[in-house]
Design a protein around this ligand. Structure first.
Ligand code: UD1
Ligand code: UDP
Length: 372
């Protein structure tokens, strides 16, 4: 049996690793698979574990309110030692660019496991944007034995860093696997949330907003909120729905600036199935999220990205997203254009999604299977 440990800690990693857990578990004749969560996130992680029916074999339960990068990194490293030393996995899978990813890959290297990096090769080549994710993924890229790159652009980035080409496998992004499986699951039975909100909204159009990036904390969030407030005033017939990330550095400015604005609904983070429903129900999405930039085009939804840089140039080239940063006028003008210019809206909605066909996890598991 080949021993595999799948390691993650935050909401987006859980969503993007869930179909990989399932894929390896299907191959139980060959693989012994265990799941370890650092608990870098808690409520937002548990929502995903519930939806995908994943019960972790190891839960480090590390999250603390308003945690900092120093403690989190140290606790992941030291906390993983006994887990890695008792289970002794041959392969450890980490995902993307969080603190869990970076510290998890170092710990796995110390334990002598082969490090498999899913969603490898995304780069802005700007250490400070996104902070600290760009450095997290570069460190993970140096350590990884196998790099599962979502696109040929991410493969090119790794080749520029002299990664051995035979260790890079282009698979598409596992987020599309998760999305397609979940859309199918959700379409069979609408949730209570979807039924109730659907009635409340009637025919009204929706602008969906999410945001959490550290480089937007402070002035960036103040400007994003100002833009939403301005839009809500000019477009009283549109409902602006914002499931607010639980990070206090996000919750506080958003609540301070936007609570009480009539057509702005501030709600708690949504369970994945409800979030997918809401993306589908929206006309335009404003976000600084990586995952949402990849998912929305599959649902035919235009995305305005509230960031100055992106590691997802494929989406810009495909015309499914526009980078607007956190400038108030840019956010307002681009959103207004999509709300008022039907041709522009249709043009952006019909673009092709560059992030895969839902087969990424199968390709990853096949590769590991054939490598032994
Ligand atoms: C983290 C990742 C970021 C990823 C994002 C996804 C790092 C450095 N950052 O950022 O790359 O895009 O997750 O959302 O790895 N909190 C809760 N409950 C939760 C989750 C968070 O209360 O379920 C609050 C806590 O107060 C916590 C704080 O949010 O201390 C920050 O969480 P943290 O994981 O450090 O940072 P994120 O901004 O969530
Ligand atoms: N998401 C969710 N509920 C929400 C907001 C987002 O389930 O209320 C999902 C979304 O579909 C995507 C992921 O969470 O798959 C994105 O997470 P986040 O924006 O926190 O992180 P990022 O993708 O930027 O790393």
């Amino acid at each position: 049996m080949i021993k595999i440990l799948i390691l993650f800690g935050t909401r987006p990693e859980a969503i993007k690793m869930a179909p990989l857990v399932e894929e390896f578990k299907k191959r139980k004749d060959k693989f012994d698979v265990k799941v370890c969560v650092t608990g870098q996130h808690r409520e937002m992680l548990d929502q995903v574990l519930d939806f995908f029916d994943i019960v972790p074999d190891f839960d480090m339960d590390l999250m603390k309110p308003n945690q900092n990068l120093y403690n989190l990194t140290a606790e992941i490293l030291t906390g993983l030692k006994p887990i890695l030393e008792s289970y002794r996995p041959e392969f450890v899978f980490v995902h993307g660019d969080t603190t869990t990813t970076m510290a998890g890959s170092i710990a796995s290297f110390y334990a002598g496991a082969k490090v498999c990096h899913v969603e490898a090769g995304l780069r802005t080549f700007d250490k400070l944007s996104p902070f600290p994710e760009e450095v997290n993924r570069q460190i993970t890229g140096r350590i990884a034995d196998y790099h599962f790159a979502p696109t040929s652009t991410s493969k090119e980035n790794l080749l520029k860093e002299n990664v051995d080409e035979s260790k890079i496998i282009v698979t598409g992004n596992t987020v599309i696997d998760a999305l397609l499986q979940s859309v199918e699951k959700v379409s069979k039975k609408p949730t209570l949330f979807a039924e109730e909100l659907s009635k409340e909204l009637g025919e009204k159009r929706v602008v969906l907003i999410t945001g959490h990036r550290r480089e937007n904390h402070g002035a960036g969030f103040e400007r994003i909120c100002q833009a939403i407030k301005k839009l809500a005033t000019v477009k009283p017939e549109v409902v602006f729905i914002y499931p607010v990330h639980l990070n206090p550095k996000v919750l506080e400015p958003v609540n301070k600036n936007l609570s009480g604005v009539e057509n702005v609904m501030l709600i708690e983070p949504l369970a994945y199935e409800n979030f997918i429903w809401l993306m589908n129900r929206s006309t335009v999405i404003l976000t600084d999220s990586g995952g949402v930039q990849e998912e929305a085009p599959s649902l035919g939804k235009p995305v305005l990205v509230l960031r100055d840089t992106t590691e997802r140039p494929e989406a810009i080239e495909a015309g499914t997203v526009i980078l607007v940063g956190t400038d108030v006028d840019l956010i307002v003008n681009h959103t207004m254009e999509l709300l008022e210019n039907e041709d522009k809206l249709i043009e952006m909605s019909n673009r092709h999604n560059p992030y895969g066909d839902g087969q990424a996890c199968r390709k990853i598991a096949d590769f590991i299977s054939n490598s032994r």
